[in-house]
Design a protein around this ligand. Structure first.
Ligand SMILES: Cc1cc2nc3c(=O)[nH]c(=O)nc-3n(C[C@H](O)[C@H](O)[C@H](O)COP(=O)(O)O)c2cc1C
Length: 250
């Protein structure tokens, strides 16, 4: 028995050591689980990053979808009676300077724009001309605005489809464009074209005109307009050049 006792004790110690080893292994497992969790978190972060990119891609897709939707609505417009050519940007890159001018101020600016851009000039004129008398014109213009009139035009653009960029000029009359310009904007389809307003005025600058243009030509791109005081048109060459440069067009 004395000989067997050390063997039994050794065996018991061996068992205890084995048990301790299992505990360590257990803690290793926890450590592994933790690092696994971290790994999962990093993987999750990568997924978020990937999702971020995906979301950006989706945003890009969404905006291009929106572009397609615009094209689609333009096509819908074509189905609604407009000629297909008018619904897309089918112009040959032509530049038109279309303007109304009663006393010549806006015409001066229009001429500057034409010589600087090489665009074609077009004067909007009414069948019934406005009287020479200033006060009479003011009264008629007020009445026309109050009645939301559309004065009939005596001049028309023959090939509007060849123009992509339209500089639109007018004097400020009672806070916005003369009603003749409302007639003009309703006469053509400006879908896909770029409209750039310019006006002369006695102090009210562009007034409400840009908002009115946006309502009348909702499918056109509208760039920042230029306002020049009627009394300053003769010295406005530099201002016009600076404004044209700032538009970022060719
Ligand atoms: C009928 C009429 C209404 C006008 N209303 C305004 C106005 O509301 N605000 C303003 O600043 N100037 C107003 N003016 C001044 C003109 O905008 C300004 O004289 C302009 O330069 C005239 O341009 P034109 O020579 O091309 O016709 C008005 C002028 C007329 C004849």
């Amino acid at each position: 028995m004395k000989k067997i006792l050390p063997i039994i004790l050794s065996f018991a110690m061996l068992l205890m050591l084995t048990a301790c080893g299992n505990t360590d292994t257990g803690s290793d497992t926890v450590a592994d689980d933790t690092s696994g969790a971290i790994t999962q978190e990093i993987a999750g972060a990568e997924e978020v990053a990937e999702n971020g990119e995906t979301q950006e891609d989706m945003a890009a897709e969404t905006s291009s979808d929106a572009g397609e939707a615009d094209t689609q609505s333009a096509q819908d417009g074509a189905e609604n009676g407009q000629t297909p050519g008018d619904t897309e940007s089918t112009g040959t890159g032509g530049v038109l300077i279309a303007y109304f001018s009663k006393t010549g101020n806006t015409e001066t600016i229009a001429n500057m724009i034409a010589s600087l851009t090489g665009g074609d000039l077009f004067k909007v004129e009414t069948v019934v001309p406005y009287p020479d008398d200033y006060d009479e014109t003011v009264d008629i213009a007020k009445e026309e605005q109050d009645n939301d009139a559309r004065p009939e035009l005596s001049t028309h653009v023959e090939n509007m489809e060849q123009y992509d960029v339209i500089y639109l000029g007018y004097p400020n009359w009672w806070g916005t464009m003369p009603q003749a310009m409302f007639t003009f904007l309703e006469e053509y389809d400006f879908s896909g074209k770029t409209i750039i307003p310019f006006c002369t005025h006695g102090g009210s600058a562009l007034g409400r005109s840009e908002g009115d243009i946006a309502s009348l030509a909702p499918d056109a791109a509208l760039l920042d307009g230029l306002a020049v005081r009627g009394s300053s048109v003769d010295s406005a060459q530099g201002t016009v050049e600076e404004w044209l440069d700032g538009l970022g067009l060719e």
